[in-house]
Write a protein that binds this ligand. Structure first.
Ligand SMILES: *[C@@H]1O[C@H](CO)[C@@H](O)[C@H](O)[C@H]1NC(C)=O
Ligand SMILES: *[C@@H]1O[C@H](CO)[C@@H](O)[C@H](O)[C@H]1NC(C)=O
Length: 885
């Protein structure tokens, strides 16, 4: 029980102290940031998992600061149980940091599974901080944070001051149940996972003849930090001569600290031996030493722990123990630990100085953000350029300017304006990079130090509204581009002018632009900087506006229709046939009899004439039988119009809620997928649609589908993604990851297409207030629930009346669910979706000829077994990482 002194167990979002079922005391985290939510997850009743603390998905970091004993080793454990705390079903993805070091990326792929991360480290200062930051989807959140203090040296490494050990695997072999062994069996509360637990890519490919063994006899483990006796009392033996396992190691490939634990727990006959070798692919040297437990841990029931302190391991680790030819018994294995080396980031160079500046204000809320001053993102009041700190404020500071500030060698800007600072302006010559100093609106006294002249980069100095006296050094006036010293009654310019002056010298504008360029490219937005951002016009100089890219030439220019021609063909815009987010569509008929659809864009759709024609030229160059053809444009009389081929059968949306059979629906999906495939893979650069939905899939006279509305498409930048300032799309179809990250990729279209597939299956709209039951407005949530629990019937459009093949239905349901995975990288490509759709059509055609009867009375039970969600789950699992421990 003594070691509990070194235990910290924070129940994040918890409200009271309590002791859990294994006897560990928990305390509420009491963080001043973030919100608390209560969650309820089936099969997880532990009190610490009934609340989470979550944080805004902004550019800040949110840190816990834990007290530790310096020069002591600890196990740090953080866990994350999403539990749909925001009732949003957007699976969060964010990063966690220990101090300035990136610890891990937390990717939630199941609302009801705990993600856990463990780190072993040597404390080098009296506190350790854990920060959440950099949300790419959803909100960062945390369920528990735990510290377990070690008191020995099992985890000592030569490099421990520069590397952390990130725990990858800690396995108890031969376990008698799925339950892990931890406190109180393990006095340090390490979690020894059972080898019998079933999880994707966890201890698979087990050799035939592997048998569990166990003993009740006590086992001599030399110290508390060795595996607990209970772990060593069980093991596996390879009765056919070998033990084999394969498992994924999160975070790898990398360098590992890897140790195996052996104890002879079988009664060997006098003349029997047990000798074996470890075989690791790619490591022939490792197979040389022979493990002989008897020899190395003489006497039975003693621990022997050979291991490697620095071994290069792959992500997929296959290992094997083989008995030597002269050994009577096969190999034995009781336990194993694999930790990955994680190189420490030493943090901002000025971090220590900043900490000592902060020590003056330690009771102030703004001084308690925690973590490294600049990494991964700076404190909200701090501006960091290239890792160096520069200080900002307006924080009711009193007293003198802290002298430590003058030791910040990387300081570029200093903002101490609007405080109640008194005393003299210190000598800043220790901060040679200083460019801007804001000291205005304080109560500073004394003279303007002549040492300011020695700052080579100083451009702007603000000291107005203080109580400064004396004269303004004339060299200073020459040096800086901007100096404001008004409102200091006793401060005068050298030239004996009577009144204080407000001076702006030289090319202020030029200087400001230069500075802004740095600020904007390196920094995030920030309260104290508003004044600068107001001057944004200075950076967006007209000469920088974008030129059309090379690939868009005038070669295949779209036809330019005159306004009168359009007016005439639409009979003065008589027949409205549709409207959407960016324009109203009218029916028209050209002189030659060709029918057209005229989209009159709402005024803000295309601002500049050049952008407009760029877009039109781009779009009119795209020809595909499953894409609605853009014939031309008209830009006159203040109107922007796009002229498209006319599609006789309107939108898919109109038909969906009517009566089209399953095969037709599949063919429409196939057509649309072909159109999108062309956009994604046939255009260089690829075109991302951005606004796929059933009302953007049009049907021609033969009910062939074509994708329309590239009005929102933008050229995708070569490579994976494209940052865009405005998220566009339609609610219900909008990729949640794109919505949050604003990183547009082709996978955002896949999400929307998945929603369309679900509409085809169910005949339901993407968003509905009353079709999906209580608390659910979204087709994705609703369908997912049904499909994942095997209840596909529950979502199939009743209009289809069993006239479909259940297997083709499952195929589409599964691929649809893949399409709406929360993270883009988990979604299939459009070509894969197309392939599945075509397979489904083939199934449908195959079973069609047989009978006109409703077909599922015969098939359903078989099909359910064949294609029940396992196939979906297994794909899911292999793409996502089985990180939960
Ligand atoms: C492990 O070995 C590799 C290659 O020899 C080396 O680059 C790395 O720094 C070592 N890591 C540690 C933690 O010693
Ligand atoms: C400064 O003091 C004022 C008045 O006491 C208070 O309202 C304000 O919140 C304080 N600002 C900071 C940053 O502490």
């Amino acid at each position: 029980m003594l070691c509990l002194a070194g235990f910290v167990s924070l129940d994040c979002g918890g409200k009271e102290n309590f002791t859990d079922e294994i006897g560990l005391p928990w305390t509420p985290d009491e963080l001043r940031y973030g919100d608390i939510s209560t969650i309820s997850v089936a099969n997880e009743t532990r009190k610490q998992y009934t609340t989470v603390r979550h944080f805004p998905a902004d550019s800040r970091k949110y840190c816990y600061t834990l007290d530790v004993v310096s020069r002591t080793r600890y196990l740090l454990r953080a866990s994350f149980l999403y539990g749909n705390f925001d009732a949003n079903n957007v699976y969060p993805k964010f990063d966690i940091f220990v101090g300035a070091t990136h610890w891990s990326t937390i990717v939630i792929s199941d609302a009801n599974t705990i993600e856990m991360r463990e780190l072993i480290f040597l404390a080098l200062s009296p506190t350790v901080s854990v920060c959440l930051s950099n949300a790419t989807t959803g909100k960062p959140f945390i369920s528990t944070l735990e510290l377990r203090q070690f008191n020995g040296s099992v985890y000592y490494t030569y490099t421990e001051e520069h590397f952390y050990l990130s725990v990858s695997a800690r396995i108890n072999f031969g376990a008698d149940s799925d339950a892990p062994i931890r406190y109180p069996d393990d006095p340090f509360d390490r979690i020894w996972e059972s080898d019998s637990i079933k999880r994707a890519n966890y201890l698979v490919d087990v050799a035939a003849g592997t048998r569990k063994i166990s003993t009740n006899k006590s086992i001599e483990v030399s110290s508390d930090e060795m595996p607990p006796m209970k772990v060593m009392q069980s093991g596996v033996v390879g009765t056919n001569g070998s033990l084999t396992y394969r498992l994924n190691l999160d975070g790898f490939p990398g360098f590992a600290w890897a140790v195996t634990y052996f104890a002879e727990i079988e009664d060997l006959a006098e003349n029997e031996s047990r000798k074996f070798r470890l075989v690791l692919p790619g490591h022939p040297d490792i197979s040389k030493p022979v493990v002989n437990i008897e020899e190395n841990a003489p006497g039975k029931y003693r621990l022997y722990e050979p291991g490697y302190t620095n071994l290069s391991l792959p992500f997929v680790l296959s290992f094997k123990f083989s008995k030597t030819s002269d050994s009577a018994r096969g190999p034995l294995l009781n336990a194993m630990e694999i930790n990955e080396y994680l190189e420490k980031n030493d943090g901002s160079p000025d971090g220590e100085v900043i900490s000592s500046v902060l020590s003056h204000y330690s009771s102030e809320e703004w001084a308690q953000e925690g973590g490294d001053p600049c990494l991964p993102v700076p404190w909200s009041w701090l501006l960091c350029i290239g890792g160096d700190g520069s200080l900002l404020s307006s924080k009711n500071l009193t007293g003198n300017i802290p002298l430590e500030i003058t030791e910040l060698t990387g300081l570029v800007e200093l903002w101490l304006d609007g405080n109640m600072l008194t005393g003299p302006i210190p000598d800043f010559t220790g901060c040679m990079d200083l460019k801007i100093i804001h000291l205005e609106n304080n109560q500073l006294t004394g003279a303007l130090p002549t040492s300011l002249v020695n700052l080579p980069n100083l451009r702007e100095l603000y000291v107005q509204n203080n109580m400064l006296s004396g004269t303004v050094p004339s060299d200073l006036l020459k040096k800086v581009s901007f100096l404001n010293y008004s409102g200091n009654d006793n401060l005068r310019k050298d030239s004996r002018r009577k009144t204080p002056l407000y001076v702006i010298i030289g090319s202020t504008v030029g200087a400001a632009v230069l500075l802004l360029a740095t600020v904007i490219s390196c920094l995030f937005k920030h309260k104290g900087k508003n004044r600068y951002y107001e001057q944004n016009s200075l950076v967006s100089h007209p000469s920088q506006s974008l030129e059309p890219t090379k690939s868009i030439g005038p070669a295949e220019a779209a036809h330019c229709y005159s306004f009168s021609e359009i007016e005439k063909s639409t009979n003065n815009f008589e027949k409205k046939i549709g409207s959407g987010g960016f324009g109203v569509v009218y029916y028209g008929k050209l002189k030659d009899g060709k029918e057209i659809a005229v989209k009159v864009l709402t005024s803000n759709s295309y601002q500049g004439k050049r952008e407009f024609s760029n877009e039109v030229i781009l779009l009119s160059r795209i020809h595909h039988r499953n894409l609605v053809q853009l014939l031309g444009y008209c830009r006159e009389e203040g109107n922007s119009m796009l002229i498209y081929e006319f599609m006789h059968n309107g939108t898919l949306k109109e038909h969906l809620y009517g009566n089209i059979d399953w095969k037709k629906r599949l063919e429409i999906a196939e057509d649309a997928a072909k159109g999108i495939e062309y956009l994604h893979t046939g255009c260089v650069p690829a075109v991302i649609h951005r606004d796929l939905k059933s009302s953007n899939i049009l049907l021609d006279r033969q009910m062939k589908a074509k994708v329309s509305d590239f009005g929102l498409s933008k050229l995708a930048v070569d490579g994976a993604s494209h940052v865009s300032s405005i998220v566009r799309g339609t609610v219900g179809y909008l990729d949640p990851e794109y919505y949050i990250s604003q990183q547009l990729t082709d996978k955002s279209d896949i999400y929307s297409f998945g929603v369309i597939l679900l509409e085809l299956i169910s005949g339901q709209e993407a968003i509905s207030n009353d079709s999906f039951g209580a608390n659910c407005r979204n087709i994705v949530q609703w369908a997912k629930l049904h499909i994942e629990s095997g209840d596909i019937q529950g979502i199939i459009d009743p209009v289809l009346q069993n006239k479909y093949d259940l297997q083709s239905m499952w195929k589409i349901a599964e691929i649809a669910l893949m399409c709406v995975q929360p993270h883009g990288h988990m979604r299939p490509s459009i070509s894969e979706v197309l392939k599945e759709t075509q397979d489904a059509i083939a199934i449908e055609r195959g079973s069609e000829g047989n009978s006109d009867e409703p077909r599922n009375s015969v098939h359903s039970s078989v099909n359910m077994d064949l294609v029940a969600p396992e196939s979906f789950l297994s794909i899911d699992d292999s793409i996502a990482q089985p990180t939960a421990r």
